[in-house]
Design a protein around this ligand. Structure first.
Ligand code: ATP
Length: 285
């Protein structure tokens, strides 16, 4: 049996930062959108034990954890599998590449095992990390809680996303810590107000609501990103923002042609577009 799927990266079209919960995670309100910049995953028969092959990622892989949790939660005792990952999403760049891979691995395992139980997959995904549930089925979602409460927002936005990579990673935990040091988080009432505004602005948020409240923390740790943001604005982006916890910078271009043209000004940049659930279809390889 050989199956494959794509793991679309995600952008946070907005991210409003709220208070810290008892479990230490920040509450947030975020519209997450999957994009065509995607890793490729293939599942095939393994050699006696479950394995993950993921060139470019050292250390523990979230897909290994996804396989272990899938077997434990479902009791599936099918033969060992190997999942190979072709990384295209920049690593530790604020596009949730690891979470996207974990979500994609769960789709592959669900198909391979015949256990396509959405609620159970959501539970497994939540245990893997706050960003994973939104990636089990790509598309556009409104995420609340610490990111694990997902409401799907139908339709696919029509803008070009200029993805400008930056040198070196920014660790999500460091960026949240810096946000705390800077006192960036809203209180509960402030976060409720943000949620009301965002709901009223859906499905396609107006530019004024496309705000990343983690951005000042990322800029504090990486001041050079200010210049990239300015250049993306100058190149004609309707919205320029740091992606998630950074350091990738995004430009949203309502004029798709202008977005494609802007790419030439940024070495290593890519142009992606939003995708819906079909962006994560599982196919026979
Ligand atoms: P997020 O936005 O979800 O916090 P990110 O986009 O900033 O994440 P990732 O690319 O998901 O960052 O990587 C974060 C860390 O996770 C990396 O340092 C990497 O070592 C580890 N990791 C584990 N599994 C993977 C994977 N399959 N792909 C990428 N990174 C992985």
């Amino acid at each position: 049996m050989r199956l494959e799927t794509r793991a679309p990266g995600k952008i946070n079209v907005c991210l409003y930062l709220g208070p810290t919960r008892a479990d230490g995670r920040h509450e947030l309100v975020s519209v997450m959108q999957s994009v065509t910049l995607a890793d490729r995953l293939r599942l095939e028969a393994g050699d006696g034990r479950d394995e993950v092959d993921c060139p470019g990622v050292d250390g523990d892989n979230l897909v290994t954890a996804a396989m272990e949790r899938f077997r434990a939660a479902t009791g599936w005792s099918g033969e060992a599998v190997r999942i190979s990952i072709d990384k295209r999403i920049p690593i530790a760049a604020g596009m949730a590449g690891g979470s996207a891979d974990a979500g994609a691995a769960l789709r592959l395992l669900a198909r391979a095992s015949g256990i396509e139980d959405r609620e159970l997959l959501h539970e497994i995904a939540t245990a893997l990390g706050a960003d994973v549930p939104a990636q089990v089925r790509p598309g556009r979602v409104l995420a609340t809680g610490a990111g694990e409460q997902i409401e799907r927002v139908p339709g696919v936005a029509r803008y070009a996303v200029l993805v400008v990579p930056a040198e070196g990673p920014l660790l999500t935990a460091d960026v949240f810590r810096e946000a705390d040091r800077l006192g960036l988080a809203r209180d509960a009432a402030g976060l409720d107000a943000a949620l009301r505004d965002v709901r009223a602005g859906l499905p396609d948020l107006p530019d004024a609501l496309c705000v990343n409240e983690l951005e000042p923390a990322a800029l504090s740790l990486r001041p050079a990103l200010e210049q990239t943001l300015a250049q993306v604005r100058e190149a004609g982006a309707d919205v320029a923002m740091v992606s998630g916890s950074g350091p990738t910078v995004l430009g949203l271009f309502r004029d798709v042609k202008a977005g494609k043209a802007a790419k030439a000004h940024f070495p290593g940049a890519k142009v992606a577009k939003p995708v819906g659930p079909h962006g994560g279809e599982v196919l026979a390889a």
